[in-house]
Every structure is written in C-alpha cells, then in structure tokens.
Design a protein around this ligand. Structure first.
Ligand code: BG6
Length: 502
C-alpha cells in the first residue's frame, strides 16, 4: 500500500502538539551549520506550518552585520540548501521575525544588547520569555557564553540549550562542560544534539525492531552471526581542517553517530517511548561495550586518489592540515557488547572519509541454516540471510534470502526483498535538523544524548586513544576512493568474514 503525504499541511496536522511561542537564538550565526542546516530546517518547518505562530530568530555572531544583511544571507542559504522550493509567502513572514546581534562572545555589552532585544521581542512578538538557544560554536566558546547568559536569564518562560557535537574533547572535558551547564541549568534543559538520531531511517530501527513481532525473537546471539555498521563518506574534510585535525574519525563519527547506531541496534525494548526509558536502554548498551584490544582497532588516513572519477588530494595535502599529521580519517573496529543477548557476537564497525561510496548501513547477518537438505552445488551461490537498514542513501530496508532459480534443477541463489522509503511513502524525508529543532521546541529529549550516555561514549574513546600512543601507523595507508586500509580487511578476514560491499 502506498501512503501519500504530499500535502505539507497534512504533516503539520499530524503533530500532537504545537510548540510554545519562543525565540530561536543561534550563537555562531555566521557559520556553515547555520546556513546549511539550521535556517533551511527552520524554513521547512515554517513551510509545513510546524512553527509556533509567535516566533522569532535571533542570530548572534562576531561578524558585523545588520538585521537586513542577515536576512539576505539567510534567504540565499534557504534558496541554496532548503529541501523545499522557495516561496515568498513562507519566507516573508519568517524573515520579518529575524534579527542579528553582532558581538564578541565574552563581551558584556553584546550580551546586554541581546537581552534587551529578547525582551523587546517578547513584547512585540509575544514570545513569552521562551528561548531555544542553539550553540553552533566550538566547545571552548560554550562556557563563556553560558556564564554571560545565565545571570540574564528571564524569570518567565523556559530556556533550553541545544549543544552541537563534539560535547567536549574527552571524558574530563565533557565532565567539566556538564558541570558548568549544571551550575545554571538542569538536565531537562540541556539538549545534546547528535543529528543521526534525527534521521528517519535511524528512528525506523526502533519501529522495525519493536513494532514487528518477527524480528525480536531472532535478534540475539543465537541467531545473529555478526553485525556490521558502516558510515562511509566520499567527502573529504571540506574546509574544516582546524576542527578535524583535533577530532579525527574517532571523535567526529565514532564517539557519537556510530555508537548511537550501535546502541539502537543492540538495546533492549524500552518499556515505553519516553526519553528516560529509551535512553536508559541505550546507556546500558554503551556500558556493556567492552574496550577493544589494539588488534581489534584499525586506523587509516587517506592519500591521493580518485573519488567518483575525480582526482583528489591526500589528507596531508588538504589546506590547514599539518604535513606529517597523524590524524585518522578512517577507523574500523571489532566491538563486543558484553551482555546476555549479545555475548560473543562481533559488531564490526567502520567509518571513513574519501571512501569509495557514500553509504551508511546497519547490516545484521544471520547464521546459516543448520542443515540445508540440498546438494552442496545447489547452494554454492547462496549467502547468509542479511537484514540491511539503509540509513542513507537509498533509504530503506532489505532482506537477503535464498530463492530457487527457475529451471529443472535445484539451484538456490540470494535475492533481496526491499522496502524503499521513496517508493512507499512518496514524500521527501525530512532533514534530521527539522525533527530535532522541533523536538527541542516541544521539550522532548528522546532523540538527544543524556549526560551518562555521552560519558560512556567518551570513556570508550579515551581507552582506545590511550592505546594509540604506543604505535605509529604508516600514514597515509589508503588511497582516496577505496574502501580503506588493507589492515581493515585483515581485521575481519581473521575471523573468516568480510566487509559487505553492497
Ligand atoms: C558530522 C561530521 O557530524 O556528520 C561530518 O562532523 C560528517 O564530518 C557528517 O561529514 C555526516 O553527516 P551526514 O548526515 O551527511 O551523514
């Protein structure tokens, strides 16, 4: 059956609640994230009538700009990056409620100007003292802003902080940041964003597992041979060398997106879909992940090569990267979730920049049938059953099964049963940021990372990074446009398995 949700209004009507009036304040309003993701997401929410009627946006950044210039820059961003067509009747009213404050972040007078603008907006636009404050700034700037902001906090209305990743640089710095935030704000006001959780296909993992009766009974060590999670990108580091040199693949993807995908795949059914219950189950998984030994982790860095037919530079030749940089752009690991459900079942994970293809998938490979009553030659082309969640692109789910090849003899081959979002629902998928910004406005933390989750993620990262101090791989060790270093193949071949290639 085909569900058609082409009328954006219908999507709006499906919402159970409308957010309260509020001001969306963005620190770091001149940055890339604001232009590529945040404002286009706000536009798409407006397009679907999902924003509160009484609403305003205030951009805060260092660069000198007035309200009109900010609006023009944001209009260009929407035209370029929004998933919906540009419409004057949507943009006009939204742009009318957009303002800009130029300030150094630690500057009192700038914060005073911001505070008086916010009060003025409460009067003029009825935003009722409610603030959704988005920190699209490096972690080092967050503390400063919070210290300036907190004493000026409104006594009426709610305040919620949305904090971009990375949340700290390691466990200690994450602790410090949490302690600072908790001086002024409670956990219910802190929204640590991991945009992967806003992806429809990632949330579908929960629907797939817990809305269907057929998967859960086999979703365990008895039936699952192993799990593979891949976050492969063809992109390099764009213009983000300053950040990426410090982060590497382990802090950029593994610490957050990848571990969240793993947690959703491995978690127990929550007793309900409230933020506390869902996160309680995820944190248990993160706590059960065993620190992998050095042989179970492979690091890589790309050298020159060809991606989608184009020659691209090696990582060390990217602008802003140190010539002898030891930052990893690829990581593969074999992880174990040490609990009753998953003991001894490997979770092979890999992620990297400048790989052969863009692909994010979670593949559950099942054990083979115990005693196929066919001649060996009949099943030569048969591979094990695999359930693949295609997070992106080609969003959907596919199941590999054995089927008889038509003809006189008995030959069995692997075929695929596919569910494709595009074909079934006939509606574009919302951008992750739309869902997450809306949830934050509604005060729903289910798809945001809690303090204990983030700390578990960092503990694992810190343990892996500590072991890296002892060896120095010969970087670069893979060419751009390939599937990563040969040692990553060795990692999985040692166990008699291989990485999925499709
Ligand atoms: C970001 C990382 O969190 O996720 C980027 O910082 C990465 O390096 C991006 O490219 C990938 O996101 P998506 O949604 O394109 O898979």
């Amino acid at each position: 059956m085909t569900e058609t949700l082409e009328n954006p209004l219908l999507e709006g009507l499906k919402l159970r609640r409308t957010p309260d009036p509020c001001v969306f304040v963005i620190f770091g309003a001149s940055g890339d994230l604001t232009q590529r993701k945040l404002i286009p997401a706000i536009y798409s929410l407006a397009y679907r009538h999902l924003l509160p009627e009484k609403f305003a946006v205030v951009g805060v950044a260092r660069s000198q700009e007035n309200d009109e210039q900010f609006r023009q820059r944001m209009e260009a961003a929407v035209r370029e990056h929004a998933r919906d067509p540009f419409r004057d009747d949507v943009w006009g009213p939204l742009a009318d409620g957009m303002y800009y404050v130029s300030t150094e972040f630690a500057d009192d007078s700038g914060e005073d100007r911001l505070t008086s603008l916010l009060s003025q907006l409460d009067q003029e636009r009825g935003t009722a003292g409610n603030r959704l404050v988005y920190f699209a700034v490096p972690p080092s700037a967050i503390g400063m802003i919070v210290e300036e902001l907190a004493p000026r906090r409104e006594t009426t209305g709610w305040s919620r902080l949305v904090i971009e990743k990375p949340f700290g640089h390691d466990l200690d710095s994450a602790h410090e940041l949490t302690a600072l935030l908790q001086k002024y704000f409670v956990e219910e006001e802190i929204f640590r964003i991991d945009h992967y959780l806003g992806k429809e296909t990632v949330q579908n993992m929960l629907a797939l597992r817990f809305a269907n009766g057929i998967f859960e009974p086999i979703w365990n060590r008895q039936f699952v041979d192993h799990v593979q999670i891949t976050v492969a990108e063809t992109m390099g580091i764009e213009n983000r060398a300053g950040y990426y040199e410090q982060a590497g693949a382990i802090r950029d993807i593994f610490q957050n997106h990848l571990l969240q995908l793993l947690a959703l795949t491995a978690m127990e059914p929550p007793i309900d879909f409230t933020s506390e219950q869902v996160r309680n189950e995820k944190v248990k998984v993160l706590r059960s992940v065993h620190t992998p030994g050095p042989k179970s982790v492979v690091r890589g860095q790309y050298g020159r090569g060809y991606v989608e037919g184009e020659e691209v530079a090696g990582y060390r030749d990217e602008s802003g990267v140190a010539p002898g940089s030891m930052t990893e752009t690829y990581l593969a690991a074999k992880l174990y979730v040490d609990n009753w459900r998953w003991a001894d079942t490997p979770f092979y994970v890999r992620m990297g920049k400048r790989l052969a293809r863009r692909e994010t998938t979670i593949a559950i490979e099942f054990k083979r049938a115990p005693h196929p009553p066919f001649e060996d030659s009949a099943t030569e082309a048969l591979r094990p059953n695999v359930l693949v969640v295609h997070v992106q692109p080609d969003e959907g789910v596919s199941l590999a099964i054995g089927a008889k090849v038509p003809g006189a003899g008995m030959t069995i081959r692997t075929v695929h049963m596919d569910f494709l979002y595009g074909g079934t629902f006939r509606t574009g998928l919302p951008e992750a940021y739309e869902r997450l910004i809306l949830d934050a406005m509604l005060g729903d933390q289910t798809l945001f990372t809690r303090t204990d989750e983030v700390e578990e993620q960092w503990s694992l990262v810190d343990a892996i990074v500590a072991a890296w101090k002892r060896d120095r791989p010969a970087f670069p060790n893979y060419s751009a446009g390939t599937w990563g270093p040969a040692s990553a193949d060795d990692l999985i071949h040692r166990d008699g398995r291989s990485w999925r290639r499709n």
